[in-house]
Design a protein around this ligand. Structure first.
Ligand code: AMP
Length: 318
């Protein structure tokens, strides 16, 4: 089954029903906008004390439970999408209509995104952004044990970007045209952030975007991630490849990850955090961040890798 054109309506109807029947457990939060003047990064901090009750993943072992094998019917928006996927509501949404794009066949969350994964993700973005010109969406994938993922069955997630929010990736790509990095041209990287990230602006015309183009862009970004892990392999030989994938209609971004959680702030980070949207459970941490927003960049760096802006590829790279 292809993506139905009335998908936005299907999703919001399903979400309202699931909320009423108690099948989704919406995380109530208050939101606070902050700017780190040193990096220029804008953050949206959501304070959600109810998350204190939610159990966290304890270790890196593959989990036995797979809630996506037989998802609850109340959460199932589409049993089949583009033949190979299911579209589900997230049981613990961070925004209304928080979606999961799940593979029908079990695949591991450590596996790379396929051309079809990428294009299906882009089609969803394109359809939902088109539906309401005031809204933008983010699709993301937390890949590998240090990426902040909690389930091992391959899944991408999609949320609406809060209105008026401008991420550092948006600023970085503003006014820039699409290009494919090669050995002379690096992906975009904001030199002011502490943490490494690789961004490519996407072509504005959605008609030129297909599986092959998205796969080439993703491969060129993944190549930088693998090179970075190769360069760190002597210092940290046990580190498994982990990264966050983020895509909007405007850009694609990969962020290499070294640990899932900041010990200093007792705070887990996933792809959304590396766009500046941070979910905090504890009041004292909320205060600490509000008093000194720069601590976020430091902790995002601790859970990632140092910025590599200005460093060019070498012949030893992937
Ligand atoms: P991640 O933590 O990135 O691996 O994403 C897994 C997502 O699945 C989380 O955002 C959870 O809220 C969500 N989730 C957990 N259990 C279920 C379930 N039974 N049905 C639907 N979504 C779930």
């Amino acid at each position: 089954m292809m993506i139905p054109l009335d998908l936005a309506q299907l999703v919001s109807n399903k979400y309202v029903e699931a909320l009423e029947s108690g099948s989704v457990d919406f995380i109530q939060s208050s939101m606070n906008a902050l700017e780190d003047v040193r990096t220029g990064i804008h953050y949206l901090i959501s304070f959600a004390p109810s998350l204190q009750k939610k159990p966290e993943r304890k270790d890196h072992n593959i989990l036995n439970n797979d809630p996506f094998a037989k998802p609850e019917p109340e959460l199932t928006v589409l049993e089949t999408l583009n033949n190979d996927y299911k579209l589900l509501l997230n049981k613990f949404p961070i925004t209304p209509n928080h979606l999961l794009l799940v593979t029908k066949q079990y695949q591991l969350q450590t596996s790379p995104l396929s051309p079809k994964d990428l294009f299906t993700a882009y089609e969803l973005l394109n359809l939902l952004d088109e539906k309401d010109k005031m809204l933008r969406h983010l699709i993301f994938y937390n890949c590998g044990p240090n990426s902040g993922s909690s389930l091992d069955h391959k899944h991408l997630q999609m949320i609406k970007i809060p209105e008026m929010f401008t991420s550092f990736q948006d600023r970085l790509c503003a006014g820039k045209d699409y290009f494919l990095p090669d050995s002379n041209t690096e992906p975009l990287q904001d030199p002011k952030t502490g943490f490494s990230h690789f961004v490519i602006p996407l072509p504005q015309d959605s008609n030129v975007i297909d599986e092959e183009l998205l796969a080439m862009i993703y491969a060129s970004l993944l190549q930088r991630i693998l090179t970075l892990f190769q360069n760190w392999s002597q210092d940290r030989p046990c580190l498994e490849v982990s990264y966050n994938f983020l895509m909007t209609k405007q850009w694609m971004c990969l962020v290499p990850r070294s640990q899932p959680k900041s010990d200093e702030l007792n705070l887990g980070f996933n792809a959304v955090s590396y766009m500046g949207m941070i979910l905090v459970k504890w009041e004292n941490i909320m205060e600490q961040i509000s008093n000194l927003p720069h601590i976020l960049d430091q902790e995002l760096l601790n859970c990632g890798f140092p910025n590599t802006s200005g460093i060019h590829s070498s012949e030893y790279d992937y």
